[in-house]
Design a protein around this ligand. Sequence first.
Ligand code: PLP
Length: 508
Amino acid sequence: MNIEEFREFGKASVDYIADYFENIRNVEVISNVEPGYLKNELPEKVPDIGEPWQQVLQDVDKLIIPGFTHWHSPHFHAYFPTANSFPGVVGELFLSGLGSLSKNWETNPACVELEVRMVDWLGKILGLPEEFLNSSNGPGGGVIQNAASESTLVGLLTGKHRTIRNVLRDNANLSEGKIMFKLVAYTSKESNSSVEKAGLLASVPMRLLPTDKHGSLRGHTLEEAIKKDKESGLIPCCVVATLGTTGTCAFDNLEELAKICSREGIWLHVDAAYAGAAFACPEYRYLMKGVEDVDSFNFNPHKWMLVNSDCSVMWFKNTKDVEKAFKVKSTLPKIPTFEPEIEHWQIPTSRRFRALKVWFVLRTYGVEGIQRHIRKQIGLAKFFEELALNDDRFEVCTSSMGLVCFRLKGEDRLTQNLLDRISRRKKIFLMPYYFGDSFSIRFVICSRFTEKEDILFAWREITSQLGDGAPTNDALREKWLKNEEEKRKNVTGDFLNTLPAGINENVK
Ligand code: PLP
């Protein structure tokens, strides 16, 4: 492909993506394809002769889009948001277009220096203590990792290494192998599965501790578990606390956990993958009280802060710890000319120029734009919560940030059947969650295109599928659904006026 063809292909692709977003509200959020749908559509081997790009682009439309889940549809309410914004898309285009990788400062000064500054910008947006920033005079600092899962693994490995060093220092008669065999780590049973996986990868048993009834890991639970393990001769090395659990967006009690970890010399890593972005709004920072005492902290701008994947930021209070754990002599020798040497704070040898897309997003949105995005999405979730609370048939199990867990009153079977019917219709995308012992449905504000009318659309869809008295005959059922939808429209019309002041403003 020559430069002229690249220009044409690139422009046509940007137009394609712009059209895609222009029509996103009209596409069905989940596809209708059956497993294996692509098998017969794609040749089994690479074409012998290269094809024109127009053909490739046509096949995106013909083959890929039909099997695509539209994560940015305003009707996507599953999982968590996966960030997307136009400056983020262009940032990705640039970092891939310029095609530069960096290993250390010498291999690409702009890449390393922009990253060092962007991580500080992000730390300041969240209100992290000064000592975590690259610009602090101390040993703290941060770096962009690929994912929250990877950050958790890095935190755990660093904590494991620090514990081994400390135990060896105090017990000259113990060998490293013997210590490793005794290490143990803790998290809550509500933490993301990636935390348990980090334990597997690091060969450290990860205890999944019970939470309180709000899904929060409390200090006394951790304290009891540590005491029991120490009595059995085990050595606690790491705690992974979650700020914003995947199931219900619950917050562990960081202040309580941090006190215990500081006293016991246990590495405390914070996984704030989704909810960390909310700390851009000062009114939510009380949820990270105790953060000054943690050892590492991670959140994903690629979830809720408009930076396209991949972009997961991790800060250390003392980067010397991670360097001691990870630093090895480079294959190709170099003379260090720049501090910090962020290449030692990560698993891969090289890094993508992710800082570029962070720069594009933060400059075009500004702090105010980021805050508006977060507050708007929380306002929309509140709006959904009010709809559920004002309907006698439903109960709200939890509501936190942009996530509401709700269920039908009564037996689980009713909510399961409801979700089943909604899922089969594919108008909105929802996921189940067991809240305590009860089956519930998670409703998350994910797309940045979601507006108030989309919440009403979702609510009408949900309530139209309650099933009570719905005819089984297809034609009659359609008529009945239309009728139900009309009824629901009227109810929500009146209902809007009864909402507490502030909610409507939040979602404008
Ligand atoms: N931690 C939490 C709390 C999450 O909700 C998720 C994903 O949703 C993860 C970690 C995993 O994130 P990543 O895909 O960046 O590894």
